[in-house]
Design a protein around this ligand. Sequence first.
Ligand code: ADP
Ligand code: MG
Length: 596
Amino acid sequence: MTTNATLSHPAPATSRGAIAGGIVLAVIAVALAALPQIMPLSGYVLNMLMQAVTYTVAVLGLTVVLGYTGQLSLAQAAFFGIGAYAVALGTVDYGLGFWLSMALGLVASAAAGAVLGLTSLRIGGHYLAMVTIAFQQIVTLVLVNSIEFTHGPDGVSGIARPNLPGVSLTNGRAYLTFCIVVLYAVALGVWYLRRTRLGRAMQAVRDNELAAGVVGVHTYRTKVVAFTISAVLGGLGGALFASGFSYISPDQFSFAESVVFLTMALIGGVQSAFGTALGTGLLILLPEWLRFLKEIYLAIYGLSVILIMVFMPEGIWGLLERIARGGGAKPAAALVTPRPFRLEIASDGPAEFLETRGLAKHFGGLRAVDGVDLTVRRGTVHALIGPNGSGKTTLLNVLSGLYKPTAGSVTLAGRDITRLAPHERCAAGVGRTFQNIRLFRSLSILDNVLVGAQRPGAPARGEAQLRERAYEALGFVGLADKASELVGSLPYGHQRLVEIARALAGQPALLLLDEPAAGLNPTEKQDLVGLLRRLKGHGLTIFLIDHDMAMVERIADHITVLNFGKRIAEGSPRDVLRQPAVIAAYLGEVPTHGAA
Ligand code: ADP
Ligand code: MG
């Protein structure tokens, strides 16, 4: 490898603005933490701050599960309660001390979160929301009714505050400072999480769960981890809360409180740790500020919440961010010349790279794929053509693991992959794109490709290597200079290229493309042909669906024709496109236009 004079992979550009912002934030943070020490706060203000701080810790859990991962949880108050009661009962009834009680509370929250997550997150949809509502009710029932254990509706009083070695936290102001420091640590962790492999996987699941799976994200595990983190943060907030107020009762942990937690997260901006803190503070202070309005204050409070939610779907923080982004100049594109793209593909093994035998997928009575035998040879471009509705996309979905076949088998390089989940097939070397582009909409182009680069089993390891791979793949499709832009802002043709780059960054051995030329103009199609040829030159095996016969004829080594789910022809482009059965299948169908 030649050493390049230019930077091969950029360090994240830390602009002066970011550094200044960081310094301002740090100063505010230190000032806030010191506030209880230097200002003579009344008990009333102290309590309000205590509530805001401990609530924010719990609401930050929702940032992880809802904001980052897109899973709705309605039991945050229950986890808050588990943490609070662990500290209350542990210190008051069992004499366990604060730290041990809190640890037990966190373990209990984590265990409950993991069990709920494991049982409800395997399937998509809103099962988690339903299961968490039920769990919330169970916790409330236990807190109210199992009087011998929880003291019932009377609650628990006389909860002690902890001590740190050499520092007594029994004083309210000292304890508040301690809670603020814990909050900072949690907020920093949650903020940083977003930039890690796990955080990217979470956001990929949120933006497009199906696509996340095929680029290698273990979607189920990611969701369970997110929910468990959220439960632990709920428990932590509750534990701090219990000692903060020294008295707790079941009504503080009811379903209504879970809704309040959720509202706090949504109002501030659930996708950001700062937004969450802002929303929580606001919802605790707002009722106090509005109190002078006497009877109508609840109505005004409710109305402001609704207005904010309707007109600021990304929360207050989202709006502020948008203003900041629109006002300031766009982030300068990093001046990078990525290293040339390379694929590491094992060249040994059978020449029959991908094989299906009797592969079938039925939807009720509809035989979308009906007993297909297919052999894709190593290092070739193999095209799958056929009229609309002939089962091409369905076949691709079976190959990439999105559908379980009704019958038949799929073998990759001699290994039976029929039973593997999408992320496992990705790890085995299968990459793909979608007919209807499926990108991670709220992520930057670079982050989209990074999710692909970090697939399990990929050669790239650390963050720097991942970035390098991502830039290589982006450079290969000609988009390295746009890396920091949001994918939504890209023209359609470029979005298709990002999808290809995302698949390539994972270093696949087989690339499945579903109508990659659909919606492209002639120049873009020309570029795509060039791109596919270069990929073939790297030894990549390509299996592509397309409608554009002229294009297929130019790049395919081999063609399979599908009609009504059955293979009706097979062979070289020359032979196949002249067969009467193929021509007949296309009658009434314009074979050169790309249907979406
Ligand atoms: P193609 O990609 O060749 O245009 P598809 O594979 O998308 O065709 O569809 C093949 C047939 O299977 C069509 O009749 C379609 O309506 C049906 N089909 C595809 N996906 C599903 C599904 N998830 N449920 C029911 N029917 C489906
Ligand atoms: Mg299709």
